[in-house]
Design a binder for this molecule. Structure first.
Ligand SMILES: C[S@@+](CC[C@H](N)C(=O)[O-])C[C@H]1O[C@@H](n2cnc3c(N)ncnc32)[C@H](O)[C@@H]1O
Length: 338
């Protein structure tokens, strides 16, 4: 990487974001993407701001020590303020430790707080996982959820650190259930809720497989694969006013694999059946290989078959800090009403 080239590309990226950053500042948001890889001229490099933390990440080739230093210098020159800088390489080879690429040393950077729409979130650049606790591209999804949450019961599936759940509670949700099988992520979620003064009785974290939970809520069976006996948390059927469904692209699970390319309906059908009449699902699909047309058709077909035809489906895409190089951003957000 030529440092002069990076300084020029960064300045262009900041200029393009000018109006958006003004808007975000006005709504109380200090976390956003500053530089977005291939769409802004450098494949495999992103830079994000999370409050006082600037986090650079590479996804293909790691930066040399001198390139990382040049990047930090270019950021310091372009962005006024007193920031902490971290650089993580995520494209590790099998068997390689992430620690090898973390600069400075892992765990040297502690926890920070950033804000989105005035809601506070904990951020850590270095921890056991590789994602920094808040997915910035999902901001429009959280915005929609918050706007729809007043007085509603909310089911947040694949909750991770409960970013969406905390945002729903901030929007006045009557109650929020956050489901994820990763206890360490839910623990951060509980702390995110406390940071925002959300009463624990309104905010439940459930460490369990999402399919097992949502199928029980929908009144569907949860027998294990091949009839295997397994223990799981028993939950009575019930319905929610809003479901936030933001699954990973693929993950193994005790009932079935989550596979948003080949089988989105396996998630969407029970989520629909766990919805109150007049309720809404905010669903996402991050797979670059799935087009809006195909995904929307699959959602509508699934809803028809489940006897809950969609009355509305509104499409949303990421904000302008995630520019797309081909006009087809991988993240698609659908607000579906029944
Ligand atoms: C991409 S993150 C979801 C991000 C989250 N929705 C947010 O708002 O930040 C994927 C999460 O799904 C969880 N996960 C994957 N498969 C799961 C399953 N079958 N049941 C429960 N959680 C699962 C992972 O532990 C991880 O926290």
């Amino acid at each position: 990487m030529n440092p002069a080239d990076f300084a020029r590309l960064l300045s262009r990226a900041l200029e393009a974001r000018g109006p958006l950053l003004e808007k975000l500042r006005a709504e109380g948001t200090d976390c956003y993407r500053l530089f977005h890889g291939i769409a802004e001229g450098l494949t495999g490099l992103t830079v994000d701001r999370y409050g006082p933390l600037l986090l650079a990440q590479t996804f293909r080739d790691p930066l040399s020590t001198s390139d990382a230093a040049a990047l930090e210098a270019a950021l310091n020159a372009a962005i006024p303020g007193d920031f902490h800088f971290a650089y993580n390489h995520r494209g590790k080879r099998p068997g390689e430790s992430f620690d090898k690429w973390h600069r400075p040393e892992p765990n040297a950077l502690g926890e920070f707080t950033c804000s989105e729409g005035g809601v506070k979130y904990l951020i850590r650049a270095r921890h056991r996982g590789i994602d920094p606790w808040l997915f910035l591209d999902l901001r429009p999804g959280r915005r929609l959820l918050r706007a729809a949450a007043q007085g509603r019961s909310v089911l947040n599936l694949f909750a991770y650190t409960c970013g969406a759940g905390v945002c729903a509670a901030a929007g006045g949700a009557a109650e929020v259930w956050n489901v994820d099988f990763a206890g360490s992520s839910l623990e951060v979620g509980g702390r995110n809720a406390a940071l925002n003064g959300i009463p624990p009785e309104k905010f439940r974290t459930i460490k369990e497989d999402c399919l097992t939970v949502v199928r029980q809520l929908a009144g569907l069976d949860v027998r294990g694969r091949f009839g295997k006996k397994r223990s799981y948390l028993r939950i009575e059927p019930r319905r929610f006013g809003l479901v936030f469904l933001d699954p990973p692209a693929w993950a193994k699970g005790p009932l079935a694999a989550v596979d948003i390319v080949r089988d989105y309906p396996a998630l969407f059908k029970p989520a629909l059946l766990a919805l109150e009449p007049g309720g809404r699902i905010i669903a996402t699909n991050h797979a670059a290989g799935v087009s809006w047309e195909d995904w929307e058709a699959a959602l509508r077909r699934c809803a028809d078959k489940a006897g809950r035809p969609l009355k509305s489906l509104e499409r949303t895409e990421p904000d302008g800090d995630f520019p797309s190089f081909d006009g087809r951003p991988p993240l698609k957000i659908a607000v579906c009403g029944i």
